[in-house]
Design a binder for this molecule. Structure first.
Ligand code: IMP
Ligand code: MG
Length: 170
């Protein structure tokens, strides 16, 4: 394994994203994290938001699946739905990494039919060269090369998620 983005750089960038998001969401946002990859990132992001935003913020998780090991099967299925109603809400969908875009596209479609007031996306990592579906990433932590990465929520067969940095599996 080789370090791609070190801990300090990841944390600094999450701080910058928190400042941007706090400035854009003046009403009560609903953060929707895509399990399991987004959990660590979403909590770190919330941690860096200004105190006055926290009382107005709700968060929830969805879970979708399309991967087996490093193999993307292309078929996205819903594993866990939201608990909170999204109608009329300012929803920010958060993912750890956007690769082909199929997972995010699936979640956006699903939320869209429930008529949120607004719908935007945030991803810690974006492998935009691999995109099969054009999905917008409104807040992007890092554009990365086409390599399989782990850490900060990203896994290889459920391993290495808890790392504080992003590493490349060789
Ligand atoms: P997509 O549907 O192809 O955009 O894939 C998105 C999902 O695939 C992410 O939420 C991750 O769970 C997983 N994924 C894609 N690329 C990587 C990677 O490099 N490392 C770990 N997981 C990945
Ligand atoms: Mg995964």
């Amino acid at each position: 394994m080789k370090v791609l983005i070190d801990r300090e750089t990841v944390e600094r960038r999450i701080g910058e994203l928190a400042v941007e998001i706090a400035a854009d969401y003046l009403e009560a946002p609903l953060f929707v994290g895509i399990l399991t990859g987004a959990a660590q990132f979403m909590m770190a992001l919330i941690d860096r938001l200004p105190e006055e935003m926290l009382a107005k913020l709700d968060y929830d998780f969805v879970d979708v699946s399309s991967y087996q090991g490093t193999e993307n099967t292309g078929q996205v299925v819903l594993v866990k739905d939201l608990t909170i109603a999204v109608e009329g809400r300012d929803v920010l969908v958060i993912d750890g990494i956007v690769d082909t875009g199929r997972s995010l596209d699936f979640v956006l479609d699903m939320i869209c039919t429930r008529r949120p007031h607004s719908l935007k996306t945030c991803a810690l990592l974006d492998k935009s060269a691999r995109r099969a579906l054009q999905v917008p990433v409104d807040y992007c932590g890092f554009e990365i090369e086409d390599a399989f990465v782990v850490g900060y929520g990203m896994d290889y067969d459920q391993r290495y998620r808890a790392l504080h940095h992003i590493a490349i599996i060789e």
